[in-house]
Design a protein around this ligand. Sequence first.
Ligand SMILES: [Zn+2]
Length: 99
Amino acid sequence: MVSKKEMKKIARERIDILFQQAEEIFDVESSLSDRYVEIARNIGMKYNVSIPKEFRRRICRNCKSFLVPGSNCRIRLNSKKKQKIVTCQKCGDVKRYPY
Ligand SMILES: [Zn+2]
């Protein structure tokens, strides 16, 4: 019998691996990256595990695409506001993060 804590640990590891794979496969087949991200999100929901912040920022909150800077998203820094502005080039969604 696997404990709940153990299950969450496994879920987190799987999410980690899926994001690594999404990164690796992107150049070959970007739609697969989106698929991996979707699976990772489903695992997160199923096991009530939150996606780590650094991964969450790689997903477009609007079209759920896996974002790769210089490829399908643009990153700009606003030094005045200390903001990082991420634009998804697939759907045009703009996100702002403090940095
Ligand atoms: Zn998008």
